[in-house]
Design a protein around this ligand. Structure first.
Ligand SMILES: [Fe+2]
Length: 134
């Protein structure tokens, strides 16, 4: 069962950000599935690596957009990204070191974090991008 389902309520009103978020949600679900189906350690690690890599790419795209429009809230938004990446890598290290039981916590944490970040921080960015487009 999918942990995290995309809905229009999650749209921030910007096409590239929404597309990236849909992909992130798909990767969180893939990771969650690997964990809940108790797939082998390698499959779980691979899906977590993919998720972290894609998150980095997505954040880089958002940060480039912020710099392009001279976004005032760039430092704060960037800081949220940095914290998430740091936490995700930390959780991955814990997982790798053998505490696989944490995996469900990892996917729930990522889901909650992304949800809050999308609904608040990214929504403000999408509005700022829309304003400069006019
Ligand atoms: Fe963001």
């Amino acid at each position: 069962m999918e942990l995290f389902v995309w809905s229009d309520a999650l749209s921030v009103g910007n096409e590239f950000i929404d597309r990236d978020h849909q992909q992130l949600i798909a990767l969180i679900n893939t990771f969650h599935d690997a964990v809940s189906q108790q797939r082998d350690r390698e499959a779980i690690e691979t899906s977590l690596d993919r998720l972290i890599d894609y998150t980095r790419e997505h954040f880089a795209r958002e940060e480039a957009a912020m710099q392009r429009i001279g976004y005032d809230d760039y430092p704060l938004h960037k800081q949220e990204h940095d914290v998430l990446i740091r936490d995700a890598v930390e959780l991955k290290d814990i997982f790798t070191s053998g505490m696989a039981a944490l995996s469900i916590k990892v996917s729930t944490f990522l889901k909650d974090w992304l949800l809050t970040h999308i609904m608040q921080t990214d929504r403000l960015l999408a509005q700022a991008i829309a304003r400069t487009a006019n």
